[in-house]
Design a protein around this ligand. Structure first.
Ligand SMILES: C[S@@+](CC[C@H](N)C(=O)[O-])C[C@H]1O[C@@H](n2cnc3c(N)ncnc32)[C@H](O)[C@@H]1O
Ligand code: SF4
Length: 454
């Protein structure tokens, strides 16, 4: 008989940390020098691709939020940022020399850290370098992550002149008690005014990031924040669970363990917030994104075109992501490559004329197949056996057998197989990472490196 889902029992049974599956294998399995070995193959792939996407990492912020899990460093002076932009321009120039043509960019995303720190003059010279190396046209989506506290007179015009078409704004939580516990003061009015100003400047698509599971974040405080986020009416909302990994990010030790909600409270927070957001007319996409039905991401999800990448969910269909800046991860059909993570060493490498790839991994046929299954589960909560066979041929039979075994042995009501489809039950969608992990052949090799699965 089919098991009935009991969320409380699932939470108790699977307390372990799991990857977020923004790549497969997850980035902690990339090998030292693995990126260097893939440099020529990656370049050859870029040279024949109809379009590529690029990610630029800005590894600086003018504040350090205690909860932050991003690769960034606080700087109170602008000089290091200016010097860093010069290195980025050098890196882009290295690609210009290496490529045999000027590839079209379908997407350009600036993340961090805080790209909103960049002053208009630096954005201008960065854009000139990009234009010299890539074709950026009216169809290119240019998105920037913005911290409202960085925005000054002239900042928005600088972003618009750079070509920004989409903005992503960090909110986390508006409650002053929570903000103090995470060292991130940020007024609701400041955030709202920024959204109004961006819209007035012609930015049509705006995302807001909110977090649950933060220290001292009660259900009431979270509900108030979500109400305020909905009032601002962004096109998209990303609702992430706070990943507490102080063994990787030592500044998170500023957050007291006893102030954190437990797993059951986190789950209740995530469900309540998700319900409020969907009640307000947003569609739930994958495990942590929401979008208005008119937004491209919602349209893509309804057409089965949602993909997962290092920024979360995307409708980008380019097969290649070019990484720029320290720690940035790139992707192509045969593997992942990652730039040197330490900013000083990254600058030294590009100044010495080297494309700064360091870590990376070449994908085996098995990785590609499992990666496709995991991406479909994280995006659509299902995959079809016939599509798997069409894509990967007879070798897919092993994974079909694994899927049937997982569904057959499921005592938690998480998944089932019917009509050639492996699917996660709708009530179990918040547990997609737990089901995806059953297809992860790398998991045993790194049991304690991830954040909570819910
Ligand atoms: C690079 S920041 C966004 C831009 C800008 N620096 C800001 O904070 O407004 C990217 C997003 O990652 C999320 N994030 C950062 N640290 C996190 C953590 N430890 N767990 C979960 N999400 C986190 C936050 O929601 C944050 O808005
Ligand atoms: S959350 Fe944003 S502003 Fe805060 S430290 Fe992280 S990257 Fe910087």
């Amino acid at each position: 008989m089919k098991a009935v889902l009991n969320p409380e029992a699932v939470l108790a049974k699977y307390p372990q940390s799991l990857p977020r599956y923004t790549s497969y294998p997850p980035a902690n399995h990339f090998q030292m020098q693995g990126g260097l070995a893939l440099r020529e193959d990656f370049t050859a792939a870029v040279n024949v691709a109809p379009a590529i996407s690029a990610y630029i990492h800005i590894p600086y912020c003018d504040r350090l939020c205690w909860f932050c899990g991003c690769h960034t460093k606080q700087t109170l002076r602008y000089d290091p940022v200016h010097t860093y932009v010069t290195a980025l321009i050098r890196e882009i120039g290295l690609w210009q020399q290496k490529l045999s043509r000027r590839p079209r960019l379908s997407r350009l995303h600036l993340g961090g850290g805080s790209p909103s720190l960049l002053q208009p003059d630096d954005l201008k010279r960065l854009r000139s370098a990009l234009d010299a190396t890539f074709e950026i046209d009216g169809g290119t989506e240019v998105s920037l992550e913005l911290d409202p506290s960085d925005v000054r007179d002239g900042s928005i015009q600088g972003f618009v002149d750079f070509g920004m078409t989409r903005a992503s704004i960090g909110v986390q939580d508006f409650d002053p008690v929570v903000q103090e516990a995470i060292n991130r003061p940020q007024g609701y009015d400041v955030t709202r005014s920024l959204v109004v100003a961006l819209r007035a400047a012609g930015i049509k698509s705006i995302n807001i990031d909110a977090l649950y599971g933060l220290p001292l974040q009660t259900m009431e405080r979270l509900q108030k924040t979500i109400t305020q986020v909905i009032e601002i009416a962004p096109d998209r909302i990303a609702l992430f669970g706070y990943a507490h990994v102080p063994w990787i990010k030592p500044h998170q030790k500023m957050i007291r363990d006893e102030d954190l909600p437990d797993t059951r409270q986190r789950f209740a927070q995530s469900r309540t917030a998700a319900q409020m957001i969907t009640d307000a007319g947003y569609e739930a996409l994958g495990i942590d994104h929401f979008a208005l039905p008119t937004d491209n991401l919602a349209i893509a999800a309804n057409e089965g075109r949602l993909n997962r990448n290092f920024q979360g969910y995307t409708d980008d269909e380019a097969d290649i992501l070019l990484p720029l800046g320290p720690s940035s991860i790139g992707r192509f059909a045969d593997g992942y490559v990652q730039n040197e993570p330490a900013t000083g060493q990254y600058i030294a490498k590009v100044e010495a004329g080297q494309i700064p790839f360091t870590r990376g991994i070449a994908l085996t046929a098995d990785d590609k197949m499992r990666g496709w299954v995991i991406e479909r589960l994280m995006c659509d909560y299902a995959f079809g056996f016939s599509e798997l066979a069409e894509r990967f041929g007879p070798r897919s039979q092993g994974l079909v057998e694994l899927a049937e075994r997982i569904a057959h042995e499921d005592r938690d009501g998480l998944c089932e197989v019917s009509d050639g489809l492996f699917k996660i039950e709708p009530g179990a969608w918040p547990f997609a990472r737990i089901v995806a992990a059953r297809f992860d052949a790398w998991l045993e090799l790194a049991p304690r490196q991830y954040s909570k699965a819910v």
